[in-house]
Design a binder for this molecule. Structure first.
Ligand SMILES: [Mn+2]
Length: 373
């Protein structure tokens, strides 16, 4: 029997802090599109349950049409059980409010909610799914109460951060002390809250697993994003593996432009960096230009953006370029700059390299630039 474990979709996230309204709308569509694609994957690959481990929606900003699209996906997939856990960003599930919930949707409550899923395809295969939604209070009393049948295959769902110890955790709604879950008979602790995949052992029997978010939202969420595919085989227990599934990967890249003499040279270096990163047409790229370009080089932003945008779906250019300074040019200047350069070069106690560094910083400071020492 196969199950999908995913979390932190943050459907209908606002995106407005960083993007224009049009771009934000496109990114919201990107998240929803990937979720809908995942429900098709479940149907095509005979997945019998999708475990949604919290922060599925950003409920503060969710629009009715996004809720409806997810409801339609649930109704369209009667053979797939959706087990929905609330997270801190969706403390209330917005699906089917005021309506009868379809049979294939189970909402975890603020007390442990259990469901035994029997495989349609493999009659001897069954799993016990037990989940607790985010309550805004420490889950510790609930963790202490948790009682599972040791003979079942047990998947437990929680939203929060696992900790190795319980010191101070009583006060936090976020902390899940792992020692409290040892020896409970958990085979797989399906977690949400962290946006990067992570996993480890609970005890000799079970593992805890974070799939990370399904789709990256910003430049702090780079790399492969996706879900965990769990396979339960009678007599062999439970296996899981990460399936990269995001429609767009996010790349935070840097091009060193030292020595570049014109825009096209910078564009060619940028292209090489993008190719090396494996960046695809659907991906999002932030490119930071660094280093010291030739003093005569004035990069044409438009051309560089055109170059970047032709290779991905969303390109952002940040320049941290400095132009290489030529102290000799100031030697004869009757100016503060000239006086400064002459004074530094006259100091024979300064090794050449240090004198260069002092001149570079000094001239930048005189230009009003921020100087990092
Ligand atoms: Mn969360």
């Amino acid at each position: 029997m196969k199950l999908i474990h995913c979390s932190d979709l943050h459907l209908d996230s606002q995106f407005t802090a960083h993007y224009s309204p049009e771009q934000a709308a496109r990114h919201r569509a990107r998240l929803l599109h990937t979720f809908l694609r995942m429900t098709d994957y479940a149907r095509d690959e005979d997945v019998e349950a999708i475990l949604l481990c919290g922060d599925i929606f950003d409920t503060q900003s969710v629009r009715p049409e996004a809720v409806r699209a997810v409801e339609q996906a649930v109704r369209r997939s009667p053979g797939v059980l959706f087990f929905y856990l609330c997270g801190n960003h969706d403390p209330r599930c917005p699906l089917f409010e005021g309506e009868e919930t379809p049979e294939n949707l189970i909402l975890a409550g603020r007390e442990w909610t259990g469901y035994t899923l029997r495989s349609r395809r493999h009659p001897r295969s069954a799993v016990r799914i037990t989940g607790l939604s985010w309550t805004g209070q420490s889950p510790i009393p609930a963790l202490r109460q948790l009682s599972l049948s040791p003979s079942a295959v047990n998947i437990v769902l929680l939203h929060g951060t696992v900790t190795a110890g319980s010191a101070g955790a009583e006060d936090s709604a976020d902390h899940i002390p792992l020692p409290l879950l040892k020896g409970k008979g958990i085979d797989y602790l399906a977690l949400g809250h962290l946006h990067a995949p992570a996993e480890g052992r609970i005890d000799g029997r079970g593992v805890y697993v974070y799939p990370g978010c399904l789709e990256g939202r910003g430049y702090d969420e780079c790399g492969d994003k996706g879900f965990m595919l769990i396979e339960v085989t009678p007599g062999r227990g439970l296996d899981h593996r990460f399936i990269p599934f995001a429609g767009s990967r996010i790349h935070d890249l840097e091009t060193d432009c030292t020595g570049c003499t014109d825009t096209w040279e910078i564009a060619r270096r940028m292209r090489a960096v993008m190719e090396k990163s494996g960046c695809g047409r659907q991906d999002l790229v932030r490119m930071t230009l660094t280093g010291e370009a030739d003093p005569d080089c004035t990069p044409a932003r438009g051309i560089l953006c055109e170059e970047g945008a032709s290779r991905c779906s969303d390109f952002e250019l940040v320049s941290r370029l400095h132009s290489a300074l030529n102290p000799e040019a100031y030697l004869g200047d009757l100016s503060l700059r000239g006086e400064f350069v002459r004074a530094v070069l006259a100091d024979s106690a300064l090794p050449q390299e240090e004198a260069d560094a002092v001149i570079r910083c000094g001239l930048r400071a005189l230009d009003g630039e921020e100087v990092l020492l």
